[in-house]
Design a protein. Structure first.
Length: 416
């Protein structure tokens, strides 16, 4: 800062040449104190580093606004509070507003992290409760599945038993039918053979020349008698009695013929009676088979219903077990997720604490009180003062690129 012009001296007027000397020079003469040098922004870069970090790390500003504040804010802050220009106050106010928004964001982040942690704990507790419920449901489903399996096994055994009984009844019915058919065929064949042999022998229809045919007929008759369970004596007597003509037969021969005829007729009637018995038995077995068919059908229906119930119970149990597994996996995932949320919460809290720390340093710079005078540090600062070499000489003190000149009083009342 240049000194104001001095009025002309009485008797002489001369321009004093400035003489540069070091501030720390031992030859410096005592005179008027040197003016305080202005401090450039670069001289307090470390001092405003927290403010710059606060701006870069927390404030959401446009690139142009950040650049402007980075240049203007340190200059505004290094000016004493009482002597700040309105523009400097507006710069500080703009930064304070940005810091206010940043503080809200920090608080919102902490609150969001707390809500997320709380919600996570609620979800974890809910999942634990759901797991307990799912395990109870799975245990109940397992009981129902086991009961359905037992019922299914019972119905399967009943079905197999009914099928076995039905198969036996069908076989018995078929055998009875075959028996009826067999006896009927036997009776028909027997009566047909008797009809072919007995009348001709009884009536003596064979001529003497056909004695061979007669003997064949007698042999066939003997076979019929044997078939009829006739005694051997009757068979032997019949072979002799039927050789004679009816008119030539003696009393014994006549009785033998009558006995033979009666025996054959009795056997034929026995066969007829056997047919009736076999038919009745066949009908009875058929009825039993029909009843067993109904039992088998009912058993099959019950078995199918039991199978459907077992499938349903098995699916329900599988779903319940799957739900249990799902809840267990979910609960296992809660651990790492909870740790991540806790880390996020601590990070938000730590960030806010750092914000408060930086904000406190900013507020300290913002609210600094004016000092009586600023001492210019000797380290790294080169200052020169000019001392009068003779009466009336002027002195200049340049400090860090800024020149300051002061007028020193000369001897004899001269003004500098």
């Amino acid at each position: 800062v240049a000194s104001s012009p001095r009025p002309p001296q009485q008797g002489r007027s001369m321009t004093m040449a400035a003489k540069r000397t070091s501030i720390s020079s031992s030859k410096r003469t005592v005179g008027r104190p040197a003016k305080v040098a202005k401090v450039t922004p670069s001289s307090g870069a470390d001092k405003f580093a927290p403010v710059m970090r606060l701006m870069s790390e927390y404030c959401s500003l446009s690139e142009s606004c950040t650049s402007m504040l980075a240049s203007a804010l340190p200059v505004a802050l290094q000016t004493n509070k009482e002597g700040r220009h309105a523009f400097e106050n507006s710069v500080i106010k703009a930064f304070e507003d940005a810091c206010g928004d940043a503080e809200k964001e920090c608080m919102s982040a902490i609150e969001a992290a707390k809500v997320a942690c709380s919600k996570h704990q609620e979800e974890k507790a809910g999942s634990v409760a759901n797991l307990e419920l799912a395990e109870r449901n799975a245990a109940k489903a397992l009981e129902q599945k086991n009961a359905a399996q037992g019922f299914h096994d019972q119905k399967q055994a009943e079905k197999e038993k009914a099928e076995t009984a039905l198969k036996g009844a069908e076989q018995a019915s078929e055998a009875s039918k075959a028996e009826v058919q067999e006896v009927s065929s036997k009776r028909e064949a027997f009566e047909a053979e008797v009809e072919q042999v007995l009348p001709a022998l009884k009536e003596g229809n064979f001529a003497p020349k056909d004695w061979r045919l007669r003997q064949k007929a007698i042999a066939r008759l003997s076979h019929l008698l044997e078939q009829s369970d006739a005694p051997e004596s009757m068979v032997a007597g019949a072979q002799l009695a039927f050789k004679d003509k009816p008119e030539s037969r003696g009393q014994f021969a006549v009785k033998t013929v009558e006995a033979t005829e009666a025996c054959l007729k009795t056997y034929s009637q026995a066969l007829a009676q056997a047919i009736i018995g076999a038919s009745e038995k066949s009908e009875e077995l058929r009825g039993d088979m029909v009843a067993k068919e109904e039992v088998a059908k009912a058993s099959q229906s019950e078995y199918e219903a039991a199978m459907d119930a077992l499938i349903t119970a098995d699916n329900e149990w599988a779903d319940a077990e799957s739900e249990v597994v799902g809840f267990k996996k979910s609960i296992q995932g809660f651990g790492p997720r909870g740790e991540d949320l806790e880390v996020e919460l601590r990070g938000s809290q730590t960030s806010f604490e750092r914000f408060q720390e930086l904000m406190g340093q900013f507020e300290s710079l913002r609210d600094q009180l004016p000092a009586p005078a600023l001492e210019v540090a000797a380290e790294g600062v080169e200052a020169t003062t000019s001392t009068p070499a003779a009466e009336g000489e002027e002195a200049e003190v340049p400090v860090e690129g800024a020149e300051a000149t002061t007028s020193m009083p000369a001897a004899g009342g001269e003004q500098a």
